[in-house]
Design a protein around this ligand. Sequence first.
Ligand code: PAF
Length: 282
Amino acid sequence: MIIFKTVQSIGKVLSKLILENKKIGFVPTMGALHNGHLSLIEQSKKQADITVCSIFVNPTQFNDQTDFQKYPVTIEHDILLLEEAGCDVLFLPSVHEMYPQGTALKQPYDLGFLETLLEGKYRPGHFQGVCQVVHRLLSIVKPQVLFLGQKDYQQCMVISKMIELEALPVELILGPTHRENSGLAMSSRNMRLSDEGKQKAVAIFNSMQYIKEHITQEDVEALQKKSIDQLLKAGFDSVDYIAICNAHTLAPIHTYQPGKKLVVLVAAFIEGVRLIDNLMIN
Ligand code: PAF
C-alpha cells in the first residue's frame, strides 16, 4: 500500500492511473477502522482496479468540539488493517492540506429537507461539513465509485444529494451495517465505551428489532415512546431520537403504511458517547 500525505503527490499518481483507464474505488473514513470499513475496502477491491482509502478526522463536521477532541485515532493499527485488506492507496492528509484556504465553507450546499431533521437537527452544520470534505476528497481522488456504509443512513442520502447537486461523475455504492454478535452496530465511537457500556448499548438494536416486530400491530407514536423508555431503562443517559421514516425520503411517518419501505433511526448517548444506528423494518 502506498501512503500519500499531499494532494499533489496523490494527484500525480492517480491521474496517471486514470489515463491508463484504471477504475478507482474510494472509501473515505475518519480512521479507527473496524470490519464495517474493511468490508467496504473488500467491496471496492471486487469492483474497481485500484482501491483508495482516506483517513481524515474532518474538523468541519463536528458541531461538538469535545466529540472532535475525543474522536479515536489509531493510525498505526489502521495502516496494518488496510495492508492486510489489500488496500492499494491510503490518503492521509493534514487539515492544511485539505483546507489550504481555511475551513470556512464558501457556499452552503442546498440540502433542503434532509438537513432539517434527525442528525441535521441535532448536529447543526454537521452535514455541511460532511459535504464539504467529501466533495473535496472526490475532487482529489476522482474515483468512479464511492463506497459508504449504510450505518450512516442519513449521511448516505445527503452525500447522494450533494453528488446530484454538484453533478459529480461518481457512482455511490452502499455497504451493509456490520454488527457485533450481540447486535451492536460496529462504530469507531464504540472504542470509547467500557465493556459494560457495550453490553448496555445492545439495547439500541433490541429496540429497533422490537419496532420491526410490532410496527403492524402497535401505534407508531406509542412504539417510539416505548422504545425511548427501553433505552433509558437499559442505561442510556439520553435519547436524541427514535424515528420511523419513509426509507426513500426520510419523512417521519405517524401511522403505519403497508407497502411503504420504512427505516427506523436512532441516536442516543451512553457513557457520554453518542451512538447512531438504523434498521430497515419492512
Ligand atoms: O462517515 C465518516 O466516517 C465521515 O463522515 C466521512 C464520510 C469519512 C466524511 O468525513
